[in-house]
Write a protein that binds this ligand. Structure first.
Ligand SMILES: NC(=O)c1ccc[n+]([C@@H]2O[C@H](COP(=O)([O-])OP(=O)(O)OC[C@H]3O[C@@H](n4cnc5c(N)ncnc54)[C@H](O)[C@@H]3O)[C@@H](O)[C@H]2O)c1
Length: 437
């Protein structure tokens, strides 16, 4: 393919060099004369292992050149990768000056070009930027419409400086967001058969994934550091702890616990996070990430409360109240906390949970229900039908298989608040709200 790369910094230079190594022809564009000259001299404008050789070979073979002339670059290529910087403003917001400038410049050049061209945002931009800023600027300057007049998509970059070339050829994933299928195919063709999962999605999801990744990586670093700080103060070898932690690919380094949903609860997580935060405090340690966990969980309960009360309907039925499906443990159930807040505000609440009925409960859980929350036990109903009959707002609280298709059982006047992401959500359009979706 014939590709123009806008911005010859880390991302642009690595993309340009590596794409030529994969057989493509590349024209690099940058307003900085020094970067353009370096590329045309066959040298990399950034230090990355292996990149100088790729660039040197490609320039010699006539497959790579650089220019400051946007028209030249657009005229001689079919697809443009936008790799310009998106630095922080003093208030933390993104400075999109360079993205806006390139969008205008590419749009103007497109107005003088016949034939199809695809513009791909590779810079890290906030969700909504491509549709809200890039496309309008491209359309205005080119006089063409996105989708029909030119293709637009995004293709976030996941390379790490220092191992960028190796990461380019062995990425963790290739993500393509696009306005149409043809654009998505054009972007996919850039990567031939790189050994990585190719994921096609919407532009907004593509934009957000990059932030999700980076926030997660940053959280991992700070989490490990706070565990390390606690270990050091307690005289424990932090690396021994984290080495064992990392060996668990079932619960720790896995997709477990990484689906948006309701607050955590149960007899272990809240208690143990609380105890760890207390221990850190008693060791005079300031650990903001560990301290924020319970606070964030608490906010999630408030979000659930707001979602239910926003409807203004007083009769509320909960389907599932234990902290997860398949258990009768009510200790520190966040849904129970939600129920208690609603009762406190005068809501008329009923609960159906087949694992939590007084007739079935034995031992500690029966005692807990009768002694600690007797007012809740009087809200339990014996069947799903009874719960549906009572509530105007139905809240699904656990992933019990019986609740996953509950949409089919709802009456037109029911409103469903979903804390677990049930199946068949779409059919409830206008009568449905999910906690985090
Ligand atoms: N550096 C990384 O490891 C990395 C990894 C993934 C994603 N990203 C993202 O990729 C983007 C680029 O990052 P970078 O580190 O390569 O930035 P950089 O600052 O190293 O390079 C940006 C380049 O864009 C050029 N530029 C500015 N305006 C231009 C214009 N109108 N036309 C053409 N070129 C122009 C600049 O002169 C500069 O050479 C950012 O959004 C960044 O967040 C960076």
């Amino acid at each position: 393919m014939k590709i123009s790369v806008f911005g010859l910094g880390y991302v642009g230079a690595v993309s340009a060099g590596c794409l030529t190594a994969a057989g493509h022809e590349v024209v690099g564009v940058d307003p900085a004369a020094i970067k353009v000259d370096l590329i045309n001299d066959g040298r990399s404008p950034v230090i990355e292992e292996g990149l100088d050789e790729f660039i040197g070979r490609a320039v010699q073979a006539g497959r790579l050149r650089a220019t400051q002339d946007v028209y030249d670059a657009i005229r001689s290529t079919d697809l443009s990768l936008v790799c310009v910087g998106t630095p922080s403003k003093p208030n933390g917001d993104l400075d999109l000056r360079h993205v806006a400038a390139v969008s205008r410049e590419v749009g103007e050049a497109l107005s003088m070009k016949n034939g199809r061209h695809t513009v791909v945002i590779r810079s890290t931009v906030m969700p909504g930027t491509t549709r809200g800023l890039v496309i309008p600027l491209l359309e205005k300057a080119s006089g063409r419409q996105a989708g029909t007049g030119f293709g637009v998509g995004n293709n976030p970059e996941f390379l790490r400086e220092g191992t960028a070339v190796a990461d380019f050829f062995h990425p963790p994933k290739t993500v393509i967001g696009a306005v149409d299928g043809q654009t998505s195919d054009d972007i996919a063709a850039l990567y031939g058969d790189l050994p990585a999962p190719l994921i096609r999605t919407s532009i907004e999801v593509g934009e957000m994934v990059k932030y999700c990744d980076n926030a997660w990586h940053a959280l991992k670093v700070t989490f490990a550091n706070e565990i390390g700080t606690t270990c050091k103060a307690a005289g424990i070898d932090s690396h021994a702890v984290m080495d064992i932690f990392c060996k668990d690919s079932k619960l720790n380094l896995s997709s477990t616990y990484l689906k948006p949903g309701f607050a955590f609860g149960g007899s272990c997580l809240p208690k143990d996070v609380r105890a760890l935060a207390y221990r850190a405090r008693s060791l005079d340690l300031d650990l903001p990430v560990l301290n924020a966990i319970l606070q964030s969980n608490e906010r999630q309960i408030s979000r659930g409360f707001d979602l239910i009360t926003a409807r203004g309907k007083r009769a509320v039925s909960f389907l599932g109240v234990s902290f997860k499906a398949g258990t009768d443990d009510l200790r520190e159930s966040p849904i129970l906390e939600l129920v208690e807040r609603l009762i406190g505000k005068g809501y008329d609440v009923r609960i159906f949970d087949k694992n939590v009925s007084l007739s079935k409960l034995v031992g500690a859980n029966r005692e807990f229900l009768l002694k600690s929350i007797p007012h809740v036990s009087s809200l339990l109903v014996g069947s799903l039908d009874e719960a549906l009959c009572h509530g105007e707002t139905i809240v699904v609280g656990t992933r019990d298989p019986a609740f996953m298709k509950i949409g089919e059982r709802l009456r037109p006047e029911h409103f469903l608040v979903d804390l677990v992401r049930i199946e068949a959500r779409q059919q409830l359009d206008g009568r449905y709200d999910g906690i985090n979706w």
